[in-house]
Design a protein. Structure first.
Length: 288
């Protein structure tokens, strides 16, 4: 049986307008602020990590769950500023504006097999296009998986990433695979090659892998999680490590090892439409 209900607040995030989606033993909570998936649980087991010190007021992005990065990823690329005539020194928020905006409900639907909700950011004015832009986010929950899809039909300069925080018992005993041999390593600002097809987490990890496959796995001694991705040209694998996490107010002490970010991304800087999807498969069903 599937259902959807509107709720106010989730855990310590008070006064936050949210929706609770349920299908069988699966539950998802998504907030209007940032169209942010805060939780995905199957049979009471959380598959996403949400910081216990996360905040959402005053334009702060929520740490954990699935933040939406758009219309750029990381620091705003110079190409966006040059395209719009902005100064290269213009101060713009990391990862864009979508994750700190209040989204509107466009539609929702419930059947015997699934429930879904569609949220919209409408009439967005961006400096590098003359048209008002419309960004659509669909969250669909079935007993088989959670699917999130970000779409913008306007052919324009844009990047996007679904910045998913996956919950693990200890990232130091987990790996993400299969991954290409070459990756961009952000801490060293260099291209690197490795002889294995996986990423492990013995220190700070911030890597961009281009041309990744449609299926990735998070493997640990006691769990296996399958991720499917479409409309992407890269995957980002990230964990801040102990030192960097200790400098973040919204990562509580000794919790950095409890998550791994595996992000499906569209990073190529060309004027095009966007249709980016990530699916998290129910790990309690058979993974083939």
């Amino acid at each position: 049986m599937a259902s959807i209900q509107q709720i106010t607040g989730y855990k310590h995030l008070a006064n936050l307008s949210c929706w609770r989606l349920a299908c069988g033993e699966s539950v998802v909570v998504i907030s209007a602020y940032g169209a942010h998936v805060l939780a995905y649980e199957v049979a009471g087991t959380p598959l996403l990590w949400l910081s216990e010190t996360a905040v959402w007021q005053n334009g702060k992005a929520i740490r954990g769950g699935i933040p939406i990065c758009w219309p750029w990823f990381g620091a705003c690329p110079a190409a966006f500023k040059n395209h719009s005539g902005m100064s290269e020194n213009a101060q713009l928020p990391n990862h864009g504006i979508a994750r700190t905006q209040n989204w509107q409900l466009l539609e929702h639907h419930t059947s015997d097999d699934y429930t879904e909700i569609t949220l919209v950011l409408a009439d967005i004015k961006l400096a590098w296009t003359n048209n008002l832009v419309r960004l659509i986010y669909r969250v669909k929950l079935s007993e088989d998986c959670l699917a999130v899809t970000l779409s913008c039909t306007e052919p324009m300069l844009q990047q996007a990433a679904l910045h998913t925080y996956f919950k693990v018992n200890d990232c130091r005993t987990a790996i993400v695979s299969p991954l290409p041999a070459q990756f961009y390593d952000k801490p060293s600002d260099s291209l690197k090659n490795q002889s294995v097809d996986y990423c492990s987490f013995d220190a700070e990890i911030d890597r961009v892998y281009a041309n990744t496959s449609t299926e990735l796995f998070i493997r640990s001694p006691d769990s296996l999680l399958k991720i499917q991705q479409m409309g992407h040209d890269a995957s980002i694998v990230w964990n801040p490590g102990q030192h960097k996490a200790s400098q973040a107010a919204d990562i509580a002490p000794d919790t950095w090892q409890k998550f791994i970010c595996v992000e499906s991304a569209s990073l190529h800087l060309s004027e095009s439409a966007l249709h980016l999807e990530q699916r998290i498969l129910n790990p309690f069903k058979t993974i083939k």
